[in-house]
Design a protein around this ligand. Sequence first.
Ligand code: 13P
Length: 335
Amino acid sequence: MSELNSIAIKILKNGKGILAADESTGTMTKRLDSVSVPSTPKNRLLFRETLFSSSSMKDYIGGVILFDETIKQTTSKKKTIPELISEMGSIPGIKVDTGAKILASSPSEKITEGLDGLRERLKEYYKLGAKFTKWRGVYSITKNYPSKISIHSNAHALARYSALVQECNMVPIVEPEVLMDGDHSAKECSIATSQVIEKCFEELIAHKVNLSGIILKPNMILAGNKSKNKISSEEVAKLTLKCLKSTVPTEVPGIAFLSGGQSEIEATENLNLINKHNSTNFIMSYSYGRALQQSTLKHWSKDINDIEGTQRIFNHRAKMNSLAAQGKWSKDLEI
Ligand code: 13P
């Protein structure tokens, strides 16, 4: 077993998953604005330090994705954030893309940037303690999209990124996110997601990426958020498994879903059913941002110094998702 493969498995095994706490300062400011907390470096650190020092880090959160600002911050006890995360029993990771920008030739679509100078930035993050990384490509579904240019160029960037990350001895999370915005059907989501994932693996293989040392972070197969034809969680699980079974090479050790705008319960319920029906060898877990933090953020905003109360809410959500990652969750466990 290669070192990268062991790291990927360690992050996801035994019902563990990933906390995506890598919101850029702009996105984090939106999240904090929504609960009327001023977005200062100190408040951003306080919220995140509260989560990273919770008992979930040992029990349910195998890895934490950080943003550039956070990986360089120091805690109230004078530790670096990667030191805190490691001491609590989890593994620190870092988002390394610099965001999705308008795609020339198809200006309604996006291409993710950040390859220039990436090798040097990776070396710096590795020294700071990161063991894995994230890069997110985004695709929208409309009548004409995702276009071939967007599918191809984002896959190419994800592959170049992954090769550089493995060169630096870290595990790349490959995140091609087909967005749920729109009125498309689940079938359209399934077709687009299959095309996108297939192209990603074609490029990853062409770029000689070691597939046993990556984690795939895909969307689930859902109808668009404005669709009138929503499907049941059973259907979501069935379609998601079918799509991944036919597009993901068997060497890939683990799949960690993004939540993508689903509610907390929805994201947990869907993951639970995916695991109940999972007949593949892939570990199927979570790499949630909003679906792990929403209720916690709301609670915290009422008293930002209530560390214990905030951690209680977070620990519950993390535990529910950990049970779901083992197919052992049920609605009556919710509080
Ligand atoms: P969500 O779970 O909120 O979609 O965030 C996951 C993520 O990392 C998006 O890049």
